[in-house]
Ligand binder design. Structure first.
Ligand code: FES
Length: 111
């Protein structure tokens, strides 16, 4: 194994600490540093922001949020709680979506 780039606390080699921010419209509700592998909902808890959940497995869509900025990967096969129409509108599921860098999320679904 070689030296890892980036780290689990979200800081990268240049010292930048990635941050996940939660907004409702223009209002910043909270923010927390990125913890790699944690979901949007887990980051929201750390930031003191409540995102409602139900199934926590990508099925029901209760936790749907809107990705404003940054990268949250989607599974190759979309889970039942998302479809192409929603993805085109930047919908992500908080219970399974894992932020990969600096991310801004509106805690409301895109519709
Ligand atoms: S809580 Fe059901 S899709 Fe996330």
């Amino acid at each position: 194994m070689s030296a890892k780039s980036g780290s689990e606390d979200g800081s990268s080699d240049d010292g930048h600490v990635a941050v996940v921010r939660f907004l409702q419209g223009a209002k910043l509700l909270g923010q927390t540093k990125l913890i790699s592998g944690e979901t949007i909902v887990e980051h929201a808890e750390s930031a003191g922001v409540k995102i409602p959940t139900n199934c926590t497995s990508g099925t029901c869509g209760t936790c749907m949020v809107t990705l404003i900025e940054g990268k949250v990967d989607l599974p190759e096969i979309l889970p039942p709680g998302l479809d192409d129409y929603l993805v085109e509108r930047c919908a992500r599921l908080g219970c399974i979506g894992v932020p990969l860098n600096d991310v801004d999320v509106d805690i409301r679904p895109p519709l």
